[in-house]
Design a protein around this ligand. Structure first.
Ligand code: SAM
Length: 225
């Protein structure tokens, strides 16, 4: 497998060996978000997404930020489920552009905004919920803590951070070893448990107020301590 040894030697994802940068930066710079959106125009959120959509945090929320929201599938689903909710998507510029297009096409522009920026830069402040779905797996602990601190700074003491990670390798190990190996090689940390994420949260000055688990996903609700 290409650059598998890079992961074994350095712990960094194979994409660092292949491209000298992380996958998403590379895709963004090569306009791959547009290609992906063209290939999968109706793709929706997946992997036990009900853990996010049905989470009790939405009952008290009016606004949210989808941090690393890709092309807007989760924002669209949340807005469909909660008619009073308004969302802001943050992603790298070409992904945000695709999200903006989706929101316009689906008549959501009055409730959904997409901003093209790095999620390591200051985030829009004061939203009720900051969602990170399938984000932390791509980052080492120091970067994950930096991102959580950035969310905490924007959320303040009134906001909630909902971290949800997709966990596939245990199941894939039994059914598709090649795919399990690829997931392991292409991400920095695809196997963090709820306890691992709780430790990152604590180091970012956050406390865990709720933990939920399904077959392929975990979700932790965090608040500023
Ligand atoms: C694995 S995808 C998850 C997408 C979506 N949240 C989901 O649940 O399917 C990771 C997302 O993070 C975005 N991303 C990666 N690095 C980023 C950065 N520095 N700033 C903003 N977004 C970034 C990627 O473009 C991608 O859309």
């Amino acid at each position: 497998m290409i650059h598998l040894l890079h992961k074994l030697r350095t712990g960094k994802s194979v994409y660092h060996g292949m491209y000298g940068t992380d996958l998403w930066q590379y895709v963004d710079e090569h306009n791959g978000a547009q290609d992906a959106a063209a290939a999968y125009p109706q793709s929706g959120p997946a992997f036990d997404i009900h853990l996010i959509i049905d989470h009790p945090c939405w009952s008290r929320a009016g606004t949210f930020v989808d941090v690393g929201g890709n092309t807007g599938a989760l924002v669209e689903s949340l807005l469909a489920a909660y008619p009073r909710l308004r969302g802001t998507l943050i992603d790298l510029p070409t992904f945000a552009e695709q999200a903006r297009r989706r929101f316009t096409e689906h008549n959501l522009s009055d409730r959904a905004t997409a901003i093209g920026q790095s999620f390591f830069d200051p985030l829009p402040a004061g939203a009720d919920v900051y969602v990170l779905s399938a984000i932390l797996a791509d980052w080492d602990d120091d970067s994950a803590i930096r991102l959580l601190r950035n969310c905490a700074a924007a959320a303040g003491t009134n906001g909630t951070i909902l971290v949800s990670e997709v966990r596939l390798t245990e199941q894939l190990e039994r059914s598709d070893t090649g795919m399990a190996l690829w997931v392991e090689a292409s991400m920095e940390n695809p196997d963090r448990t709820a306890a691992d994420i709780s430790m990152l949260a604590e180091r970012a000055g956050l406390c865990v107020t709720d933990v939920r688990e399904a077959a392929t996903r975990i979700a932790l609700e965090l608040r500023v301590q």
